[in-house]
Design a protein around this ligand. Structure first.
Ligand code: NAD
Length: 344
């Protein structure tokens, strides 16, 4: 077998794209195979710096295509698999849930099957070339449902998904878990809180706030804006994923969060204060005047918060960015992107 190969699905997306860059920087010697369907959420430019390199391969493919996944595993023999690929927007899962079942559940199942076929001699016996293999499922804290004002999600929380998106991610987690227990497939799972940072698709909260603010339109905030999320800078999440991949034992799972709980209205106001400072409006008003409360998302979870003690204590991970610094960086990125788009 050739040198080690890592397969990254969803590498043209927000978090997968950051992971591709961070992993490539740390392990330029490891062959990387990126598989992505190139959906509306993808950005092919994310991998432009690596295309054409000897040990970098991009394949445009759908993880819900079982035959294709099996063929790719047989051809490239990945020893590490990280599944970022997903339909990821809750609102889309409410208006049209079917692709969430196909990609998030069937797609994950196909990858598990392809890994089982390649890596295992028989249940609980890996072929010797795949002794160190890992199948890592990237999941979300949304699988645990909603919290009241008190408490945190941890690895011991019960699954209680409330949206078609979180139901599909929860289902995938259960499939992954079952492949560890039944077949001894060396799996890992982490459930992370809300990520933010550059290169996020414009449909998500933070890019939406910045884009609508700059366009002079109303800035839409669901309900009363009191829904709370635990925000984590995307690079910190990717560092956590690397830690888990490199140090965790098969079968393990981790909840990952930044310990930066903010409600949606507060996040929005912080962003707008940064914008007021860097790019004041010509009329002298604050961007905050544009905030408009809109009808709440059906079944909107009230609060997510993470207890990240396990990953901190057992793997020595800590987020390196404070929310204030990282949000500032994020706003600057979207501001520059907006100016470039206007110039083009
Ligand atoms: N963004 C967050 O705040 C967050 C938080 C926790 C967990 N997650 C999880 O992290 C992962 C990545 O999230 P993201 O925000 O980068 O999502 P994203 O929507 O930005 O990217 C998803 C990527 O998957 C690809 N994809 C979609 N369907 C596919 C298919 N059938 N076959 C192959 N590729 C397909 C898309 O083209 C896209 O490039 C997801 O699994 C998501 O559930 C996200």
């Amino acid at each position: 077998m050739e040198a080690k190969t890592i397969l990254i699905t969803g590498g043209l997306g927000f978090i997968g794209g950051h992971f591709v860059h961070q992993y490539r920087q740390k392990h330029p010697e490891i062959k990387m195979l990126v598989v992505d369907k190139n959906t509306y959420a993808a950005d092919r430019n994310r991998i432009a710096p690596f295309e054409g390199q000897d040990n970098f391969v991009f394949v445009e493919a759908d993880i819900s295509d079982a035959k294709k996944m099996k063929a790719l595993f047989q051809q490239h023999e990945p020893t590490l698999v990280i599944n970022f690929a997903a339909e990821s927007h809750v609102d889309n899962s409410i208006s049209g849930p079917a692709p969430f079942l196909t990609t998030n559940v069937t797609g994950t199942f196909n990858l598990l099957e392809a890994a089982r076929g390649l890596w295992l001699e028989k249940p609980h016996q890996l072929r010797k070339e795949f002794n160190e293999a890992r199948f890592y499922q990237i999941s979300t804290d949304e699988v645990f449902g909603s919290l009241d004002e008190e408490g945190h999600f941890s690895e011991n929380s019960n699954y209680a998904p409330n949206s078609p998106y979180s139901a599909s991610k929860a289902s995938a987690d259960h499939w992954v878990r079952s492949y560890f227990h039944t077949y001894g497939l060396p799996t890992l799972i982490s459930q992370c809180s809300n990520n933010y940072g550059p290169h996020q698709h414009q449909e998500k909260l933070i890019p939406t706030v910045i884009r609508t603010a700059l366009s002079g339109r109303e800035i839409p905030i669901y309900g009363d804006g009191k829904n709370k999320r635990d925000w984590l800078y995307v690079e910190d999440h990717c560092n956590a994923i690397m830690r888990v991949l490199e140090k965790a034992n098969p079968g393990d799972s981790f909840t990952i969060g930044g310990g930066a709980e903010r409600d949606n209205l507060t996040i929005c106001k912080v962003i707008l204060e940064v914008l007021d400072g860097i790019k004041p409006k010509e009329d002298g008003l604050s961007y905050q005047e544009q905030i408009t409360f809109v009808e709440d998302r059906p079944g909107h979870d009230f609060r997510y918060a993470i207890d990240a003690t396990k990953i901190k204590e057992s793997l020595g991970w800590e987020p390196q960015h404070t929310i204030d610094q990282a949000l500032q960086k994020t706003v600057v990125y979207y501001l520059e992107k907006d100016s470039k788009e206007k110039e083009a």
